[in-house]
Design a protein. Structure first.
Length: 256
C-alpha cells in the first residue's frame, strides 16, 4: 500500500470516528433520537467528507475537540476526575492542531466550574491544568524561538485581520508580509527596525551597525533589505510598487 493511499485511509478513519463521538454526546444531552440524527448529519455532511479526503488538519482538530467536550460532559455528569483529565488532554491536543481550541477552553472550564457538584471547582481546575500543560511545551518552544509569548501559532493575528478587514485576501496577505508577520514576532520586529533605519537615512546595507540608532543595532548586521514585488522587481518603496514582500538580497537597490 502506497503512502498516499495509507494517508487518505487514515484521514478518512479520523473523520469517521467523529460520528460515534457526536452520537454519544447527543445521547448524553438529549436522548437516543437526537443522537441518531446528529450522527447522520456528521456522517453525510459534504464538508466533512471533503476534509476527510484532503490533507487538512480539520478532521483531527474537530475529532479531538468534540471528544474532549464529550469526556468533560461525561465527567461532569458522573463527578469523576479521569474523564475530565482525558477531556483536558484532548482539548490541549486540539489546540496544538488548531489554536481556536484555546478560546473554547475557558468557556468549557467555566461551565464545569459553575456546576452544582461539590467537586465542580476541582474538576474545572483539573481541566484547565491538564489542557494548559499539554500546550505548554510548544509555548515554551515558541518563546525560545521568537522571544515572545506565542501560545501556539503566529497566524492568529492574520486570521483576525482577514476575517474583519474590508480588504481582499491578497491585500491582507500583502500587508502581513510587509510587516514581516510570516517571520514571527521577534523577526518581524527586526525587519521593521531595519526598514525604519533605512527610511530614516541610516545604513541598511552590508557594513557596521555602530552608526545605527540604538534600537536598530543587532549582533549581525543585515545585508540589503528591499521590497520585492510580485513580478520580481525590487524597489525601496512598497507604496509605489503595490503588493510584494520584504527580502534581503545583494541585488536590491541601495536606499536613498
Amino acid at each position: 500500500m502506497g503512502s498516499l493511499t495509507a494517508t487518505k485511509l487514515l484521514q478518512a478513519l479520523v473523520g469517521a470516528l467523529l460520528v460515534p463521538v457526536v452520537a454519544r454526546l447527543g445521547r448524553m444531552c438529549f436522548g437516543a433520537g437526537v443522537a441518531v440524527v446528529a450522527a447522520a448529519f456528521v456522517a453525510f455532511d459534504p464538508v466533512s467528507t471533503w476534509y476527510a479526503a484532503h490533507f487538512w488538519a480539520e478532521p483531527v482538530f474537530v475529532l479531538l475537540l468534540w471528544f474532549g467536550i464529550e469526556r468533560v460532559m461525561a465527567g461532569d455528569a458522573t463527578g469523576r476526575l479521569l474523564p475530565i483529565a482525558t477531556g483536558g488532554f484532548a482539548i490541549g491536543l486540539a489546540a496544538l492542531t488548531r489554536e481556536p481550541a484555546l478560546y473554547v477552553l475557558p468557556l468549557v472550564a467555566a461551565w464545569v466550574g459553575l456546576g452544582r457538584r461539590k467537586r465542580s471547582l476541582l474538576q474545572a481546575g483539573l481541566l484547565l491544568a491538564v489542557a494548559l500543560l499539554t500546550v505548554a511545551p510548544w509555548t515554551l518552544r515558541n518563546y525560545v524561538r521568537y522571544s515572545a509569548f506565542v501560545p501556539v501559532s503566529t497566524m492568529g493575528g492574520r486570521a483576525l485581520l482577514e476575517g474583519n478587514a474590508d480588504r481582499t485576501r491578497g491585500e491582507v496577505y500583502a500587508e502581513y508580509d510587509e510587516v514581516g508577520g510570516e517571520l514571527g514576532p521577534s523577526r518581524s520586529t527586526a525587519s521593521r527596525c531595519k526598514r525604519d533605519c533605512a527610511r530614516s537615512g541610516h545604513a541598511s546595507r552590508r557594513g557596521s551597525s555602530r552608526s545605527w540608532p540604538r534600537r536598530c543595532r543587532t549582533s549581525s548586521p543585515p545585508t540589503t533589505w528591499c521590497w520585492s514585488t510580485s513580478d520580481g522587481a525590487a524597489t525601496d518603496s512598497p507604496r509605489r510598487s503595490g503588493s510584494g514582500s520584504w527580502r534581503s538580497s545583494p541585488s536590491c537597490p541601495t536606499w536613498r
